[in-house]
Write a protein that binds this ligand. Structure first.
Ligand code: KG4
Ligand code: ZN
Length: 341
């Protein structure tokens, strides 16, 4: 089954071609228009997707060495995300599918992240699996029993982990999004420079990051010298240490309570070096494999969208017919049923 997949839920426009679940091509363009605003501006994102969509799809097809004639199914993200952005990719895909009389599969963005650790692997990951989903908009611990059989063990009560990175980045004058820059700068700083509190050291599996962000804001307000070039790495290393430590403690707690056969992380923050190292230690202690996606599959991308459509098609499961759904909790996804769509 050859699939053309499209992702346009936020500020990345991406298209991919997959053949039987293997990625043949992936083209991802990150919109630059938001940098001046310190965050994604929804109206600008939608317009930029309109300008990019045609060309990004054409490039993905050309790099895969096929034309639309070679495509058998089209998939696109239908939520959650920014409505104006979702509409562009979704209706581009749906229109091409209708014109060519091809099946169209709408995909949940977080379900796509959830399975991204399996991309480019020769064997499926052993189930059940615990997945730490960490992006700019979501922070969740998901117990994956099977495709479409998910238990949400914990979620953030306020900011997402990536959001905390971006807000702290803004506080210290870094460009949006700041996660990768903080990761790099923190590597050169002393993580004990400032004693930031590790949040949510309780029995729940929920997360909280707004208190840590406020602690960083207060530190910078009272002692502005922390943003000077020689002290900034220490401040950021201390923030990162507290932020990642709290995520790792929740993963360890979830593993104690839910024995699993594999551990995975997905979403933009799964690119974080400290998180990856910490997770690898936890997985080794539990003697289970750790799967983290290649960097190109951590950030928003269409390969993960096509992969979920591939799973549907391999199971011959019926697919819900949706328009875009800007708000759509992962917990609302129903079980895969085996009737043909
Ligand atoms: O999954 P993603 O591309 O978009 C959403 O669906 O939100 O995640 C983007 C988030 C941003 O908050 C960005 O700052 C963060 O991922 N991020 C990182 C790193 N690379 C990207 N955070 C920490 N460390 C990184 N290396
Ligand atoms: Zn995402």
């Amino acid at each position: 089954m050859r699939i053309l997949a499209i992702e346009s839920s936020c500020d990345e426009n991406s298209a991919a071609v997959l053949a039987d679940g293997a990625v043949c091509s992936l083209v991802t363009v990150t919109q630059k228009v938001h940098q001046a605003w310190g965050g994604v501006v929804p109206e600008l994102a939608g317009r930029s997707h309109l300008e990019l969509q045609d060309n990004v799809v054409a490039q993905a097809l050309s790099r895969a060495g096929i034309g639309l004639d070679g495509i058998q199914l089209i998939a696109a993200t239908c939520g959650p995300g920014l409505v104006g952005s979702l509409l562009v990719g979704y209706y581009f895909g749906a229109a091409v599918a209708a014109a060519r009389n091809l099946p169209f599969v709408p995909v949940h963005h977080m379900e796509a992240h959830l399975w991204s650790p399996e991309l480019d692997r020769t064997e499926p990951l052993p189930l059940p699996m615990l997945v730490l989903l960490v992006s700019g908009g979501h922070t969740q611990l998901v117990h994956v029993r099977a495709f479409r059989d998910y238990g949400i063990l914990g979620s953030t009560r306020d900011d997402a982990l990536g959001e905390a990175y971006d807000k702290v980045g803004k506080l210290v004058g870094l460009e949006f999004p700041a996660g990768a820059q903080i990761d790099k700068l923190a590597a050169t700083g002393n993580p004990n420079a400032v004693a930031f509190p590790v949040a949510m050291r309780d029995a729940s599996l929920d997360f909280s990051y707004s208190g840590l962000k406020t602690a960083v804001a207060n530190k910078v307000r009272l002692e502005p010298d922390w943003v000077s070039p020689d002290r900034l790495p220490g401040l950021l290393a201390s923030f990162q240490s507290a932020a990642i430590q709290s995520a790792l403690e929740k993963v360890a707690l979830a593993l104690q309570r839910n024995p699993v056969k594999s551990l995975a992380a997905a979403g933009g923050v799964a690119a974080n070096s400290l998180l990856r190292t910490g997770l690898s230690h936890i997985a080794a202690e539990h003697r289970i494999p750790l799967a983290v996606p290649a960097l190109k599959y951590c950030a928003d991308n269409a390969a993960m969208v096509g992969y979920v459509a591939h799973k549907h098609s391999a199971l011959q499961s019926s697919v819900e017919s949706y328009s875009v759904r800007p708000r759509w909790p992962l917990s609302e996804l129903g079980p895969a049923s085996s009737s043909r769509h």
